[in-house]
Ligand binder design. Structure first.
Ligand SMILES: Cc1cc2nc3c(=O)[nH]c(=O)nc-3n(C[C@H](O)[C@H](O)[C@H](O)COP(=O)(O)OP(=O)(O)OC[C@H]3O[C@@H](n4cnc5c(N)ncnc54)[C@H](O)[C@@H]3O)c2cc1C
Length: 404
């Protein structure tokens, strides 16, 4: 695949129209007035029939689960191109919207579908996939971060048939508002096993459970369209029906499921980056052609042309990565951990560089919210941090290269 097909281009056009008519007018409220993103996302689901597609997608995954097959990971229909098109288009205006959506319908629902029993899938995942409910996926803790699994201290102590959960999660997307929270915790079976090596279990909690506190949204640099917050667990009692797979060693396990999610997230970041890059380039070309200094458009100056050319190189590279990913996904191929990490590392850095160059081309206007590139630059920055920092991507790639 080297170009969008006519059919895909038609999808791009209608999504773009929705973005222009329904999202752009609300950007100020999302960015500056703390408006949660969920009403816009639900409207998008209604307008494009995504709810029905999500239901069909859920039915396929449930059928596979019941017949003992691995459920294919899909959240907005089975066409990888259509899914990534909406990712790209949303990220042109509000990467935060996509973060909220991806965490809820992708990470949270995907983990439940992968590890859960059919009953657990029906209880929680369907509503997350249709956006009737909002989900969070909580692994990060104040003292773990990049060492997410080893450093995790949130514990699940056996108590009869139940588990009692204690701990704290931080920087959790949708954390302040989520109805359903997928929580990773270390098993405390009383054996005295060192914390670092304990089994990782995955639970599903519901808003309002005793001992579960979802803190208010944090103020952050960018992605204001995506609420982020802390989640506190203080003697939260969870029955075995809330333990995914209803066993302590489900197929795939907590550690493997976290790793699988990193692969999906990292590949998704390339599509997010492409949206940011394409929008910044479009805005920059337009600005450079119209801003006149010393009697000519700044686009005539070679130093500006160099920036535009470098932005175009980034766009072509990231687009090729996304196209290759779509092509492979449509044949059921999944990138390796190292390949997904390479895509994320390159594309996140490219998006940040392009957005920063866009600010430079806009000069003072680049620093002013009205011109939008400052928002895209702030929003892009977290792509180098979440879903594994740049440094973690480097380590994942290099380890794979030198493995015997
Ligand atoms: C907006 C936002 C949304 C998020 N959403 C979620 C979410 O929904 N769910 C969730 O669970 N988490 C979420 N996170 C957390 C995110 O995944 C972590 O921030 C990320 O994994 C990095 O962890 P840390 O911030 O603790 O950095 P640290 O791990 O403390 O790293 C600090 C620095 O040290 C570097 N470093 C660490 N180890 C090494 C090493 N071995 N070698 C070299 N350098 C190293 C890092 O690369 C980084 O530069 C979110 C974060 C943000 C900012």
């Amino acid at each position: 695949m080297y170009e969008w097909t006519e059919e895909q281009q038609a999808i791009i056009d209608v999504v773009r129209r929705f973005v222009d008519e329904e999202i752009r007018p609300q950007l100020d409220d999302l960015e500056h007035n703390g408006m949660p993103p969920y009403a816009i996302l639900r409207k998008m689901y209604d307008v494009f029939g995504l709810k029905e597609m999500a239901k069909e997608s859920f039915a396929r995954q449930l059928e596979r689960k019941i017949s003992g097959e691995e459920p294919a990971r899909e959240s907005r229909g089975s066409d990888p191109a259509a899914q990534l098109i909406s990712t790209i288009e949303l990220c042109r205006v509000s990467p935060g919207l996509l973060t909220s959506l991806g965490v809820s319908s992708g990470l949270a629902a995907g983990t439940i579908n992968k590890l859960g029993t059919p009953a657990q899938m029906e209880r929680w995942a369907l509503d997350l996939m249709t956006l009737d409910k909002i989900g969070a996926w909580a692994i990060t803790e104040p003292d773990s971060g990049s060492d997410a699994l080893g450093g995790m201290r949130t514990s699940a102590r056996r108590d009869g048939e139940d588990y009692v959960l204690n701990g704290q999660k931080t920087w959790i997307t949708n954390g302040p508002y989520a109805d359903t929270i997928v929580i990773y915790a270390k098993l405390d079976d009383g054996s005295g096993e060192e914390m670092r090596n304990r089994k990782v279990l995955t639970f599903v909690l519901d808003k309002g459970m005793d001992g579960l506190v979802q803190a208010a949204p944090m103020r952050k640099m960018g992605q204001h369209g995506s609420p982020t917050g802390e989640v506190f667990l203080s003697d939260v009692r969870a029955g075995r029906d809330r333990l995914l797979g209803e066993r302590e060693d489900p197929k795939g396990g907590g550690r493997q499921s976290a790793r699988d999610n990193f692969v999906a997230e990292r590949a998704g970041v390339a599509a997010m980056s492409l949206g940011i890059i394409e929008e910044c380039l479009k805005l920059s070309i337009d600005y450079a052609k119209h801003r006149r200094l010393w009697g000519t458009a700044i686009a005539d100056y070679q130093l500006i042309q160099l920036k535009l050319a470098q932005m175009e190189v980034a766009r072509v590279n990231v687009r090729n990565m996304v196209f290759a990913h779509i092509e492979r996904s449509s044949h059921g191929a999944v990138p390796s951990f190292a390949e997904a990490s390479a895509m994320k590392l390159y594309s996140a850095q490219a998006a940040c560089q392009v957005a920063d160059d866009a600010i430079q081309i806009f000069g003072g206007n680049g620093y002013i919210a009205e011109y939008r590139v400052e928002q895209l630059s702030r929003d892009a920055r977290v792509l180098r941090i979440y879903a594994g920092t740049d440094e973690m991507q480097v380590i994942a790639i290099a380890k794979d290269l030198i493995r015997d």
